[in-house]
Design a protein around this ligand. Structure first.
Ligand code: ZN
Length: 142
């Protein structure tokens, strides 16, 4: 089925997110690269009522762990549950590894609508609201 990617404001944190948008049926799949939330909007059909509707499923995000290595590779993990002490220890250990580029790596938690940087520092664009992001890069930015 035909879809395209379009920029949308994250329904949770309000920052820049990307939706895989199925324009014919209006369905879509949003992933936010800041807070990590996912919203799945599925087009459904109710044969009894002869109507179509959207089934919306939202999975909350709790932040992001982004690790850039000195060789240029990176790994990016969205946190799909609140950060535990154990996870934090694990991330901290990975973060201090010799092959990591700490200037461009970060751990951010997202709780009660607030971001908190726990390790490293986030890129400047991370803190832009959706409107600010679009103003800076335009709608063709993805
Ligand atoms: Zn978000």
């Amino acid at each position: 089925m035909a879809s395209f990617h379009r920029p949308v404001a994250c329904p949770d944190c309000g920052r820049f997110a990307v939706e895989d948008y199925y324009y014919r049926i209006g369905a879509g799949y949003i992933i936010c690269q800041c807070c990590g939330c996912e919203v799945d909007r599925e087009a459904k059909y109710d044969p009894e009522k002869n109507t179509s509707y959207f089934a919306i499923e939202k999975r909350r995000g709790y932040g992001k762990f982004f690790l850039k290595r000195k060789d240029g590779t990176f790994s990016s993990n969205r946190l799909m549950s609140p950060l535990t002490d154990e996870q934090f220890k694990d991330f901290k250990e990975k973060f201090s590894n010799f092959d990591v580029d700490p200037e461009n790596s970060y751990l951010v938690s997202y709780k009660n609508g607030e971001f908190e940087t726990l390790l490293g520092s986030v890129p400047e664009d991370f803190n832009l609201s959706f409107a600010e992001y679009i103003e800076k890069y335009g709608y063709d930015c993805i």
